[in-house]
Write a protein that binds this ligand. Sequence first.
Ligand code: DQA
Length: 162
Amino acid sequence: MHPKRKILVIHGPNLNLLGLREPDVYGAVTQKDIDKTLKTIAEEENLSLKVFQSNSEGELVDAIQGAAGRFDGILINPAAYTHTSVALRDAAAAVGLPVVEVHLSNIYKREEFRHHSYMAPVAVGQVSGFGAYSYVLGLYGLIQEIDKRAGDVSPKRRKKKS
Ligand code: DQA
């Protein structure tokens, strides 16, 4: 058995408005819907999962810094700060935890200013373009990475309890 893995989910600016915000781009899904889905997976996978959303860059930096020693990994949608924030990237690099970056939209299909991510080079990986499902894929990727770092190399332990 694994010790309970602790994951911090961070939603960046304007993601609190999902559902109302540009539904043609982001769909009808709300942050609450996403969090509910992630919590269901957390139960199945025996994870402890905490969710944090902020519109403020400093609070997001504090949340990343505060994860050191308290969480095993971070799942983050840095939203607009993806494309602007060296501070978030430096915080992620500083804590040394595995970070997985997710985006609902495919940022490479959109305006050119969205094509660059400051976070990507310090992330384990990035999932972009699958709507809310990007978070699901990102969460499984993060679990895999946490287990790998803990010395478990088997990719097959993700059997659901029936
Ligand atoms: C986003 C993409 C960003 O470019 C944008 O600023 C967001 C959301 C996404 O999830 O698709 O706020 O991160």
